[in-house]
Design a protein around this ligand. Structure first.
Ligand code: WTA
Length: 704
């Protein structure tokens, strides 16, 4: 064991010779109109002015009662921002814009079928819908301040309406990505203690009207298995008045929202003035154990942070037409489709469907038709659009001033296509690095003031002071070329408050490793561990190397290996399971499962299929493994730990390293032969990995 560890630490310390990419500068036209184009802004956010610098973000909001203390550090690391302040998030996103922009589009919703009309929902209309639904939730749902309500909603306007209706009441919303399975949703209902589930009967995806309500029944059943009873399932209908699901409605439990709504039509609800530090929502994410982590986001700090970063980093002006093509079921959508853009009073576009439906020109037709000026998506989508329609953008007369990328490292080559072809060399790009836990951006470039560098997100954003430490808690010098664990030295308003119901795990996961003094009330002693490997160049720009824990980032979605493995283990015949990432041309990473069967059983296609089905059932189709390898045994350390690093190397055709310390080194060659021969036969030999990717595979599974 010790030898393994020593070897891994020294690997991490070897200086890697990264090729530095050249800078790209923003067009003069962009600089002229940018929200942040005066370098004095860097002065205002100097470390000496922390935490007061964040007053600038908080002042973008409308407060019912102004706060007294900017940052309360009395109970580290449970930071409290803008203490004493009171506000309501739905008022900030909607009501406050009515005086000037009542009939301007707040949301522009594009249904997937091109035969269906795009809907522009004005601020006034949004205000009405939020109020009516809030009245229904309070009256019929009987929920109030601090109660949790889980949503399992697709990309329809009913989702932001439901979120903002909860926010109006002080109810904590908990949206589960629509693509997750009913079982995954049920686990989150039980963990959050939600008596109400809000869902939709169906939605369009890839030309098909998906039966989504079926998942609600599975979710309620899964929650019940965990000892939690759901009282009511509120079902929005994709086509009101017409039920698009085959699943029967359960009498006394399931209700159509459009039917209940008759009683609440036109009703107004006074917004509840919430303390700044009251939770606004939960967002679950994968972690190192099977139990998912419900990240608790605050009202005042979170809203101030997303509003400030959306204004300065995405350069959102109220006159813009802004389109973030993420799903609201992820943190990106919460922060940068709903809360940030609406708080700034802009028009935010939502698209129901998939990027390539019905063809590779769809995204650009939407951009042209709506006059989108700011575009935001993930590297996975960019790779997909590039592969299936490299010349499509040229055919459409749209002009972006600004584009964002988020969620995964972007290959410089893909970045250049985004810049030249999608952005037509007219748009600036911000590569934004952050996480579900963070509320908003951590690393990026201020678009008018800092040049872009493909493959690097940029330095820490305003008021964020990053640092890289090695495994021995020593500082990794900027510009040394050495990789380490990226941390943020200071708290910031968007940081999550805790893991729902798991305070100890919160401290343990994010703060224990680099905390200098557990008794200290000084924030300087509590660096936040992000869980990513990174290198920082001499210019301060950060290159993210991917996760240091056992999370696999598939198409920008975080999947925990433990969740994948426990899903596989629900299959009776399986004795052991290990999940590893494999480099995938389109999705960044894909999952491969290695499986050992119980004694006496023979491998078969049926068993592989069973594993795939189990993963789809427990987590969802997004987690579907690329390959399932049934092997005779797993490579293990003498203490019995599965060496995921070794099987990841096999799957990726990279150097396996020293395996002489394993308990069963002979198995490695036999697995390698089995897997690599089969991959070669299937034409699945990957391209040569980049230095970053090699580093990532070496680190994989180390943090356990
Ligand atoms: C990765 C998404 C490189 C990273 C907002 C992080 C990135 C995880 C970038 C969080 C980026 C996110 N460059 N890697 N610009 N953005 N990541 O919680 O590994 O879904 O820890 O939040 O995605 O994923 P999450």
């Amino acid at each position: 064991m010790a030898t393994d560890q020593d070897q891994e630490v020294s690997e991490a310390q070897i200086a890697v010779h990264w090729r530095e990419e050249e800078y790209y500068y923003p067009p003069a036209k962009f600089i002229g109109q940018a929200n942040a184009n005066d370098p004095a802004i860097f002065e205002r956010f100097r470390e000496e002015d922390f935490p007061e610098c964040f007053k600038e973000y908080a002042d973008l909001l409308t407060w019912d009662q102004y706060w007294k203390t900017t940052l309360d550090t009395s109970n580290p690391p449970f930071w409290k921002w803008f203490v004493g302040g009171r506000l309501n998030a739905s008022v900030n996103c909607v009501d406050r814009h009515l005086a000037t922009s009542r009939n301007k589009a707040a949301l522009i919703w594009v249904p997937e079928p091109e035969s269906e009309e795009t809907q522009a929902i004005t601020y006034q209309e949004l205000y009405k819908r939020i109020n009516e639904f809030a009245a229904l939730l309070r009256g019929f749902g009987d929920v109030g301040i601090g109660d949790r309500v889980t949503f399992h909603l697709p990309m329809v306007p009913e989702l932001p309406v439901s979120m903002l209706a909860c926010a109006r009441l002080g109810v904590i919303h908990n949206e589960v990505f629509g693509g997750f399975s009913g079982a995954a949703c049920g686990g989150r209902i039980a963990d959050s203690g939600s008596r109400i589930l809000i869902t939709m009967d169906g939605y369009y995806r890839n030309g098909e009207l998906i039966d989504h309500k079926a998942k609600a029944d599975e979710a309620v059943a899964a929650a019940k298995e965990q000892g939690f009873e759901v009282d009511k399932v509120l079902v929005w209908r994709r086509h009101p008045g017409q039920y698009s699901s085959k699943t029967p409605m359960v009498a006394g439990r399931d209700f159509f929202v459009d039917e209940l709504m008759h009683e609440y039509a036109g009703r107004l609800v006074d917004p509840v003035s919430m303390p700044a530090e009251a939770p606004l929502f939960l967002m679950y994410t994968s972690g190192t154990t099977g139990r998912p982590k419900g990240c608790v986001h605050s009202t005042g700090g979170y809203l101030a942070y997303v509003t400030g970063t959306a204004k300065y980093y995405q350069d959102i002006h109220p006159e813009d037409t802004y389109w973030c093509a993420a799903d609201i079921g992820w943190i990106t959508g919460h922060s940068y489709i709903v809360y940030g853009p609406l708080s700034l009073g802009t028009s935010s576009v939502m698209y129901e469907g998939v990027p390539l439906y019905p063809d590779a020109g769809r995204m650009w037709r939407i951009a042209e038709r709506l006059g989108v000026s700011i575009f935001h998506t993930a590297p996975t989508t960019i790779r997909l659009l590039r592969k299936f329609g490299p010349d499509e953008p040229k055919k459409y007369d749209y002009h972006f001033k600004h584009m964002t990328t988020v969620g995964e490292p972007i290959e410089p080559e893909v970045w250049r296509w985004y810049h030249e072809v999608v952005g037509k060399r007219e748009a600036v790009i911000v590569d934004t690095w952050w996480q579900t836990e963070n509320g908003g951006f951590l690393g990026s470039t201020l678009p008018a003031l800092q040049p872009m560098k493909p493959g690097s997100c940029g330095p820490g954003v305003l008021g964020i002071y990053p640092v890289i430490y090695d495994e021995e808690r020593k500082l990794v010098e900027v510009g040394s070329g050495r990789a380490g664990n990226i941390c943020i030295r200071n708290p910031w308003p968007g940081i999550f408050q805790t893991i729902w119901g798991q305070d100890e795990r919160f401290v343990e996961t994010y703060y224990a490793k680099y905390c200098r003094d557990k008794e200290s009330k000084d924030w300087r002693d509590w660096p936040y561990l992000a869980g990513d490997g990174a290198v920082q160049a001499a210019d301060g720009y950060i290159r993210i190397l991917g996760r240091i824990d056992d999370v696999i980032n598939v198409a920008g979605h975080r999947l925990g290996t433990k969740e994948l493995e426990s899903a596989a283990l629900t299959v009776d015949e399986i004795a052991e399971a290990a999940a590893v990432p494999v480099v995938d041309e389109l999705r960044g990473r894909a999952v491969e499962m290695y499986i050992a069967l119980k004694p006496g059983l023979k491998p078969s296609k049926e068993l592989e299929e069973k594993v795939i089905k189990a993963i789809e059932k427990e987590i969802g189709k997004i987690a579907r493994p690329k390959n399932v390898w049934i092997v005779t045994d797993m490579p293990k350390t003498r203490s019995g730990k599965i060496m995921r690093r070794v099987i990841a190397a096999i799957s990726n055709f990279t150097d396996i390293g020293d395996v002489t310390t394993l308990a069963n080194p002979e198995i490695v060659d036999s697995i390698r032969h089995q897997v690599q021969t089969e991959k070669a036969a299937r034409g699945e030999v990957p391209r040569e990995l980049t230095p970053q990717e090699v580093e990532e595979m070496k680190r994989f599974g180390q943090a356990e």
